[in-house]
Write a protein that binds this ligand. Structure first.
Ligand code: PLP
Length: 386
């Protein structure tokens, strides 16, 4: 992708976009990725599901990520194409028949996951056991998670030792994984879950090498301030000391939101204004779809008219997407300049996680216009800007 601008004003001045434009802030991607890679006490796997746009993968790769948590063969193919020399992990207990074999034979994937006996035999029939690491996924959840992932996946902690034993007896390397949830607001959730992992592991007759503590590391949004990542890393580091791993034991993590959220913005345009309502060219079927499940999330925003910042008195607006569906409305009101009008642009920041990877073309509204913003002094909308 070569479309690059120094700042969002240059993009607006030169193109006056009528379709949504998604802006990758290169420095912000660099910073959020480095913060994680430099601080986490172990191996960092980027969770591709959070944002699978090739340019986002490349930003994260350029910033130093060499391991990728993939949920499907298609994600593995993307990583192999855009992130040369990196390692893809097939970390979904649900796979299409034959895809584990193809992942291993065509892309050299060695890491897989199961969360039930029923998944073991089919997987073993597709992979070379001597070349593979097989994670047993354990179900844990924590009250501070915004979404509990253990309802769908994971063996109960009391069932995990037998699962690990079966993996070990099959001649493949056993390892343990869990996911405390997504948007985990209390850093102690990780030490809590690692404590449960420690109990499970201490009952085994062998030691494992790898413990994957999953994703869920949160980011702050307007009205939602979460602890700094350092506190999460501190809990993981402390809990690691008590874990009965083998001598070359290692911690893994699968952050999605923490790496992908801050560096992307969505530049939208007002198509219609009616009193306290504005209708944009993007909405709940587009880049804002995550708000269906996380109604409390808001994105920081700023408004432009003819490429100049529009300020002045503000008021709370209802904001709608462009489709015919009446539910296509952002859950929270948005504070916007009182005289906002058709043709003005609104740039929403911190929208990099679970936006591009799930947008639809419902009603024919879809944009794949992604640009890079590279000016040293240009930043996405600030959290405090709203
Ligand atoms: C297995 C697994 N790993 C990692 C993630 C990434 O989570 P987050 O974006 O909250 O870091 C998810 C999210 O659903 C997941 O299911």
């Amino acid at each position: 992708m070569s479309e690059t601008y120094a700042d969002v004003e240059s993009l607006l001045r030169r193109t006056n976009p009528q379709q949504p434009v998604y802006c990758i802030y290169a420095d912000t991607y660099q910073d959020s990725t480095r913060e994680f890679v430099d601080g986490f006490p172990g191996r960092v796997l980027y969770a591709v599901k959070a944002n699978n746009h090739p340019q986002v993968l490349q930003e994260i790769y350029t910033a130093g990520i060499r391991h990728f948590d993939c949920a499907s063969l298609a994600e593995i193919e993307l990583v192999s194409e855009h992130c040369p020399g990196s390692t893809a992990y097939f970390m979904n207990p649900v796979r299409q028949k034959g895809h584990a074999r193809r992942a291993q034979q065509e892309y050299g994937v060695r890491h897989f996951v199961i969360d039930h006996y029923s998944g073991l035999t089919p997987l073993l029939s597709e992979i070379d056991v001597t070349q593979s690491v097989l994670f047993a996924r354990m179900a844990v959840s924590h009250a501070s998670a915004q979404a509990d992932l253990s309802k769908k996946f994971g063996a109960r902690p009391e069932d995990v030792p037998a699962l690990l034993q079966a993996i070990n007896e099959a001649g493949t390397e056993p390892a343990l994984a869990f996911n405390v949830g997504t948007g985990v607001e209390d850093p102690a959730a990780y030490s809590y879950a690692m404590g449960i992992a420690g109990e499970v592991l201490s009952g085994l007759s062998f030691r494992i090498r790898l413990l994957d503590i999953g994703g869920g590391f949160p980011k702050s949004y307007p009205g939602l301030t979460v602890p700094p990542l350092d506190e999460y890393f501190g809990h993981a580091q402390d809990a690691l000391q008590d874990l009965p791993l083998s001598e070359n034991g290692e911690l893994l993590s699968e952050p999605g939101r923490a790496l992908s959220a801050p560096g992307l913005s969505a530049v939208t345009q007002v198509l219609l204004r009616k009193s306290d309502r504005v209708y944009l060219n993007d909405g709940m079927y587009g880049a804002f779809w995550e708000l269906r499940f996380k109604a409390h999330l808001q994105y920081p925003c700023r408004v432009f008219r003819k490429a100049e910042s529009l300020r002045g008195t503000t008021k709370a607006f209802r904001v709608f997407g462009p489709t015919c569906d009446s539910t296509d409305e952002l859950p929270a009101r948005v504070e916007l300049p009182a005289d906002i009008d058709v043709g003005d642009h609104i740039e929403f920041g911190s929208i990099g996680a679970y936006s591009l990877s799930g947008r639809t073309n419902f009603n024919g509204f879809y944009s794949d216009h992604v640009v890079r913003i590279t000016g040293q002094d240009s930043h996405p909308p600030e959290l405090a800007a709203r």
